[in-house]
Design a binder for this molecule. Structure first.
Ligand code: E4P
Length: 222
C-alpha cells in the first residue's frame, strides 16, 4: 500500500520524505490555508512541495462549475508533472473529470461518502477516489466498510481508479486500509509518526544499550 501525507506543511513533507516511506501528498483548501499565514503565496508553496515529492501531489480546485474546474485544473497542472487535480464529487465534478481524463490530466475525486459516488467517479475516469473514513466515523457510520465495498466493486468490474483512504485519524485506520487492499492511505503527519513507534522497541533498545555500556571498552576494539 502506498502512503501519502495529508498536509501542505513543507517541514512535515521534507521530514516524511527523508524517512523513505512517503509516496505522495494530498492537500485541500483547509490544509493550504493553514500554511499561507505569512508572506508565502500559493504558487510558491505548491512549487516547493512539488519539488520535494517524487510522486503525485493532489491540489484541489475551488470552482463550482465544470468549466471553472477544468480551467483551474489546467493551470494547476502547468505547475508540475506530478500534479493531480482534486475535484469535488458533484455532477459538475463528474463533467470536469470526464474532460480532464481525455486531456490526460490525473484527477482525485474528493469528498466521497458513498459507494454510488465511487462508482460514478470511476466511470467518469477519475484516476483516484478519496472516501473520507474519519468523517463517516464522526457521524456514527463505519468508514472502513465503505472502503471494503469500494474495493470489492472496483475488483468486480475491473475499474482502475485507485482508492485513497482519506480522513484517516489513527493507525488502526491504516492497518484496516492495508488489510482491505486499498491502494493508498493518506494521513496527517501525526498519524504517520505513530506508525513507526512502539514502546517495546524503545524499551528493547534501551536495554540493549544499557547492557552494552557495562562491557569493558577494551574488549570492544575492532
Ligand atoms: C483528503 O484528501 C483530505 O485532505 C483529508 O483526508 C480530509 O481529512 P479530515 O477529515 O481529517 O479533514
Amino acid at each position: 500500500m502506498k502512503i501519502f501525507l495529508d498536509t501542505a506543511n513543507v517541514e512535515e513533507i521534507k521530514e516524511g520524505v527523508s524517512w523513505g516511506a512517503v509516496d505522495g501528498v494530498t492537500t485541500n483548501p483547509t490544509l493550504i490555508s493553514k500554511e499561507l499565514k505569512g508572506g508565502l503565496t500559493f504558487k510558491e508553496l505548491v512549487t516547493t512541495i512539488l519539488k520535494i515529492v517524487d510522486g503525485p501531489v493532489s491540489l484541489e480546485v475551488t470552482g463550482l462549475n465544470h468549466e471553472e474546474m477544468v480551467r483551474e485544473a489546467r493551470i494547476l497542472k502547468s505547475l508540475g508533472e506530478n500534479v493531480v487535480v482534486k475535484i469535488p464529487t458533484t455532477v459538475e465534478g463528474l463533467k470536469a473529470i470526464k474532460i480532464l481524463n481525455k486531456e490526460k490530466i490525473n484527477t482525485n475525486a474528493t469528498l466521497v461518502f458513498s459507494l454510488s459516488q465511487a462508482l460514478l467517479v470511476a466511470k467518469a475516469g477519475a484516476t483516484y477516489v478519496s472516501p473520507f473514513v474519519g468523517r463517516l466515523d464522526d457521524i456514527g457510520e463505519d468508514g472502513m466498510n465503505l472502503i471494503q465495498d469500494i474495493r470489492e466493486m472496483y475488483d468486480n468490474f475491473g475499474f482502475e481508479t485507485e482508492i485513497i483512504v482519506a480522513s484517516i485519524r489513527h493507525p488502526v485506520h491504516v492497518r484496516q486500509a492495508a488489510l482491505i487492499g486499498a491502494d493508498i492511505a493518506t494521513m496527517p503527519f501525526e498519524v504517520f509518526k505513530k506508525l513507526i513507534s512502539h514502546p517495546k522497541t524503545d524499551e528493547g533498545l534501551k536495554r540493549f544499550l544499557d547492557d552494552w555500556s557495562k562491557i569493558d571498552p577494551s574488549k570492544l576494539k575492532l
